[in-house]
Design a protein around this ligand. Structure first.
Ligand code: UDP
Ligand code: LCN
Length: 812
């Protein structure tokens, strides 16, 4: 606890600044009950204590410490309760009485109840209100202590397991028991029943190693398979004498004196994963002509690339394990009969450039039959339970058995994955891409305002269920888990929150839980490669790209003209929704004369006719774009191109922008990761990307690209203008930035790095869930209860309401 407010007082503050403090608190409470954010508190404090020196004195003491780390404060006169975030995932709650300045540390429950008083007094007083505490089931689960370890769960649990295997020879028994369970379609792998104790296994390993030492390193496994079987060893150790010996040595060392690195390496070699099921339910999930459609963005790109990388890595591992097994990866999504020209009405579609992976589409069944049309991701919840059942049947049929690993994507996919993993007893990984909770301010406390449109009650409930049920959570960045100094992470925002009238969460997730692992995605390098690789360039697209960028006419695909084509281009491409902030970029450009003189602006995304859009937010943004183009007279300096769905052509488009010595700009108000950022960097395009979210980690500011602040348009547009002004003066500046961007990508952001990590994680946590079986089962029983009593009912209510609203014609 960082702010121990001993026995009701802030003594230093009282002594030194009582007068100013009292005035401050009087101001905070003067407007009655309200929720105040950090910025708001600071502004009011500054307006009360006008003199700088006085202010400094007040800020030097406890109040200053509290205010500077406060995320929000619940004001319920005479009390002001502060939610103080003194570090990522670390919160304290302090309640101050504005009248006598007495102060106390309070619990999360007390804080949340005060907050509820502002919005729903009756409910906050309800002693029987549902309160959730997921951490209560984490007994015996180690917790990380250092912020720097957050997101590196696999290293930590390897250390923890290593420490558990030390000492008494039988302490490694769970590992032996686990090895005994490994099989492929009923055929034992690694060891058989004759090696069912640590002692027997240890001895057999020593004998086998001596035996293997006499062989040529490259002797194929088949040549000595029979002999190893006599010792009690089955397939799976390796494909050659050398590989088998290495794997055996790793295990021997673990049994003798375990060290975490050996534990990690051993798990990366165990033949555990052959069949994987990946859920991505909403949107149009397809391989062509789907990007740019509502709800269909980076998640689809991510999964298709992920599948290819995982399949490649699985094939290489299986070969090295000396096995002859065909891995399978099924991407399960919804079948949309009214597919709007896409292949989303096909039940099975092989994944291009993969050998053993398919998209499997399962329709949403309703009482009236199959749901034919696309529905927004926000409206999907009533269909998920039935979908999970139908999908499980289909998967079992196609795989002729259970998968070894189930991975969910986004809220809907994660919920269904958790239901299926629970049903089949399979290891579960979840991926969020973006949790909606942090995207909309106060979406929890004000959930009722959002519910009709966004159904956050269902969404946050589903998120809580999935993240708690998951054996591991894969994130693309640290920020996604635990945020930055000023902004809580997406997962972190589920630590403690309340939805008055529904439930209060005093411990939703702990960012220090070792289940969190960062594995950043890459970009397909056969599509996104540097502009300088001239021979590889997709030159056949050049005439079309020339037309797209520079033709003089306005049509259904583009509007606006680049009158001066000698200027470099600043380019952005995304779905047109509020958070992507393409309108923000257009406005910054429109306002900054210097930037307009230096460069042209090209935007790819959305469509031009708001009435053609099915997405509520997109419609608004489209209208706003037109207004801005008009307001700032951008018609001859800006080209707006409708969403582009051909990724090969898009790859070449990034490179053509690089040919103009331009830049990519990602202006989002918040971006979970930002695939376009790494696509652009892979193409050698200098990149400016939002400081809010993942891009802040991808780019090292001023080295491999630039950070921009989406909330400070003037600063941002000047930063971009400065770059281009400098490029004019220093010929090498543009190239240096481009090269540094590429260096950063090759070091940290490739699909091969990703696939290796995720498979290691899958294998290690497969054991971990067995190792911590009791806690896992207890938590799952709690989750069952929450699902059955809460989620199911909310989803049913939502179905009834949507049915009713379809029957009553809209009044507008
Ligand atoms: N994209 C596209 N055409 C468009 C807009 C976007 O092909 O008109 C692609 C883009 O290249 C990237 C993905 O969609 O691969 C968007 O991913 P990102 O992570 O940037 O954002 P998301 O849409 O997932 O929030
Ligand atoms: C969703 C997002 O919003 C992006 O930030 C990610 O890059 C994309 O998914 C892929 O994970």
């Amino acid at each position: 606890m960082a702010f121990a407010v001993v026995d009701g007082l802030m003594p230093d503050a009282l002594r030194q600044s009582r007068y100013h403090m009292k005035r401050c608190f009087a101001r905070f409470t003067s407007m009655g009950p309200r929720l105040m954010k950090h910025q708001h508190l600071m502004e009011e404090m500054e307006s009360v204590i006008v003199d700088r020196a006085d202010r400094a004195k007040v800020l030097e003491v406890s109040l200053g410490e509290i205010l500077s780390s406060t995320q929000e404060a619940a004001v319920v006169p005479p009390y002001v309760a502060f939610a103080v975030r003194y570090g990522s995932g670390c919160f304290d709650y302090v309640k101050v009485n504005a009248e006598d300045l007495s102060a106390n540390n309070i619990t999360a429950t007390e804080y949340l109840r005060l907050k509820e008083m502002i919005y729903d007094e009756n409910w906050s007083k309800d002693e029987n209100a549902l309160e959730l505490d997921f951490r209560a089931f984490d007994f015996g689960i180690p917790r990380l202590a250092l912020t720097s370890s957050v997101g590196k769960g696999i290293s930590y649990i390897s250390k923890f397991m290593a420490s558990k295997f030390i000492g008494d020879p039988e302490s490694a028994k769970p590992l032996v028991e686990y090895l005994l369970t490994l099989n492929h379609q009923g055929e034992n792998l690694m060891i058989n029943d004759t090696l069912n104790t640590v002692t027997k296994l240890r001895t057999a390993l020593i004998v086998a190693e001596v035996f293997l030492s006499s062989m040529a390193k490259d002797t194929p496994y088949q040549n000595f398979e029979q002999r190893l079987k006599e010792f009690g060893f089955e397939k799976g150790w390796g494909d050659t004498a050398e590989r088998v010996k290495e794997t055996m040595r790793m295990l021997s060392e673990i049994l003798q004196a375990p060290d975490p690195l050996n534990v990690e390496s051993l798990f990366s070699r165990l033949p555990v994963i052959f069949n994987v099921v990946i859920f991505s339910i909403h949107g149009y999930f397809g391989q062509s002509d789907v990007l740019g459609l509502p709800d269909t963005g980076g998640q689809v790109v991510y999964i298709l690339d992920q599948v290819k990388a995982l399949e490649e890595e699985l094939l290489s591992r299986i070969k090295q394990q000396g096995l002859n097994v065909r891995p399978r990866i099924l991407v399960v999504t919804r079948l949309i009969p009214d597919a709007q020209g896409t292949k989303c009405n096909q039940e099975i579609e092989p994944i291009i450039n993969a050998k053993h992976s398919q998209i499997v589409r399962v329709p949403f069944q309703t009482e009236k039959g199959v749901l034919r049309q696309w529905i927004s991701r926000f409206d999907i919840y009533p269909h998920l339970e039935r979908f999970a059942q139908d999908a499980a049947e289909k998967v079992l049929e196609l795989l002729e058995g259970k998968p070894d690993l189930i991975i969910g994507n986004y809220t809907d996919g994660n919920l269904v994955a958790s239901l299926m993993a629970r049903e089949l007893g399979v290891t579960l990984g979840t991926i969020a891409h973006a949790l909606e909770k942090t995207k909309y301010e106060d979406s929890d406390i004000k959930w009722k305002e959002f519910d009709q449109k966004h159904h956050f009650s269902c969404q946050f409930t589903a998120d809580l269920i999935a993240m708690n049920a998951a054996d591991f959570v894969v994130t693309s960045t640290f920020q996604e888990i635990a945020g930055s100094k000023t902004r809580p992470g997406q997962y972190e925002s589920h630590t403690a929150f309340t939805m008055p009238g529904l439930y209060r969460v005093v411990s939703g997730i702990d960012v220090f839980d070792p289940k969190f692992n960062i594995a950043a995605p890459g970009a397909d390098q056969s599509v996104y490669f540097p502009f300088s690789e001239k021979k590889k360039r997709f030159t056949s697209f050049h005439p079309a790209i020339e037309e797209l960028l520079y033709s003089k006419d306005n049509n259904a695909e583009h509007i606006g003209v680049l009158a001066d084509r000698k200027k470099p281009i600043i380019f952005s491409m995304s779905r047109i929704d509020i958070v992507k902030n393409i309108t923000g970029l257009t406005e910054w450009y429109g306002k900054n004369k210097r930037l307009r003189d230096l460069v042209n602006l090209v935007i790819v995304g959305g469509c031009f006719d708001p009435s053609k859009s099915k997405d509520r937010e997109e419609m608004e943004e489209i209208k706003k774009m037109h207004t801005l183009i008009e307001k700032y007279q951008l018609k001859d300096q800006m080209r707006w191109i409708a969403a582009q769905t051909d990724r090969n052509r898009n790859g070449e488009l990034y490179r053509c922008i690089a040919d103009t010595k331009g830049a990519f700009v990602q202006p989002a108000l918040y971006e979970a990761f930002g695939l376009t950022v790494i696509e652009a960097m892979n193409c050698g395009l200098p990149t400016f990307a939002t400081i809010q979210g993942g891009p802040a980690e991808i780019i090292v500011d001023g080295v491999s690209g630039f950070h921009i602040d989406p909330y400070n348009g003037d600063e941002t547009s000047n930063k971009i203008a400065d770059f281009f002004a400098k490029c004019r003066k220093q010929s090498g500046h543009w190239n240096r930035t481009s090269e540094e961007g590429l260096r950063r990508i090759y070091e940290c952001y490739t699909w091969n790095i990703y696939a290796k990590k995720v498979l290691n994680i899958g294998s290690t946590y497969g054991f971990w869930r067995q190792f911590k079986k009791e806690q896992k089962n207890a938590k799952l029983r709690y989750i069952d209860l929450f699902y059955n009593l809460q989620f199911k009912k909310m989803a049913q209510d939502m179905a009834i309401k949507s049915e009713e609203s379809q029957q009553i014609p809209p009044t507008e």
